[in-house]
Design a protein around this ligand. Structure first.
Ligand code: PRP
Ligand code: URA
Length: 209
């Protein structure tokens, strides 16, 4: 089974409470999604390799650490994953960005793919797949299967709210993919929405409902 890290830092919990509220505007919703993505990125990049360098401070020469410069890619699942991209890039600005377009059929709850454009050199990269919601897990599982066809070095999945059903399905389908999220909620309702959740993430980011 893949690992799951639930980052329940006080700043994340506070922002998540505002995010969940029906009364939160689309503008504030977008800001919060971006900010939480940055905080989750901090956790998801915890194992980036470092090497020792020598630097000059105004006082003396000293040893310090620098990133190895591992190649990274961020791949949002459209639409709602787009809301997390800038928050991730704030911490890893040289990452390349791919896009996978999937929507969940409202009747079957199965993902339908409509777009896929990934960095040409993705096989040399560590990939962070981002989507605010992990509900049944169908979208994440399909997106990761698509990306795996291109043989990236490693894949991590970063979401904001997960449901136990989606986490289990994703862990079973892709046991090698580490999951990072801000909260695991109680369950899914009969329409496949996360309870208590935050409603439809895409509609709330883009104000489409
Ligand atoms: C939402 C969400 C995930 C998916 C999660 O997207 O952003 O991609 O549902 O559900 P699942 O785990 O059951 O697959 P949606 O299909 O509503 O598309 P949108 O982002 O374009 O609104
Ligand atoms: N997609 C969403 O946007 N919200 C949910 O609760 C489930 C799937």
């Amino acid at each position: 089974m893949s690992n799951i890290t639930i980052t329940n830092h006080p700043l994340i919990q506070h922002k998540l409470s505002i995010l969940r509220r029906t009364s939160t505007s689309s503008k504030d919703f977008r800001t919060l999604i971006k900010e939480i993505a940055t905080l989750l990125c901090y956790e998801a990049t915890r194992d980036l390799p470092l090497h020792e360098i020598e630097i000059e401070t105004p006082i003396c020469t000293t040893k310090a650490m620098a990133l190895d410069g591992k190649k990274l890619a961020v791949v949002p699942i459209l639409r709602a994953g787009l809301g997390m991209v800038d928050g991730m890039l704030d911490l890893v600005p040289s990452a390349r960005v791919g896009h996978i377009g999937l929507y969940r059929d409202p009747e079957t709850l199965k993902p339908v793919e409509y777009y896929c454009k990934l960095p040409a050199d993705i096989a040399e990269r560590d990939v962070f797949v981002v989507d605010p919601m992990l509900a049944t897990g169908g979208s994440a599982i399909d997106a990761i299967s698509q990306i795996k066809l291109r043989k990236p070095r490693n894949i991590k999945f970063v979401c904001i709210i997960s449901a136990p059903e989606g986490v289990k399905a994703l862990q079973e389908a892709h046991p090698d993919v580490e999951i990072f999220c801000a909260a695991m909620d109680e369950k899914l309702n009969e329409h496949g929405y996360i309870v208590p959740g935050l409603g439809d993430a895409g509609d709330r980011i883009f104000g489409t409902k």
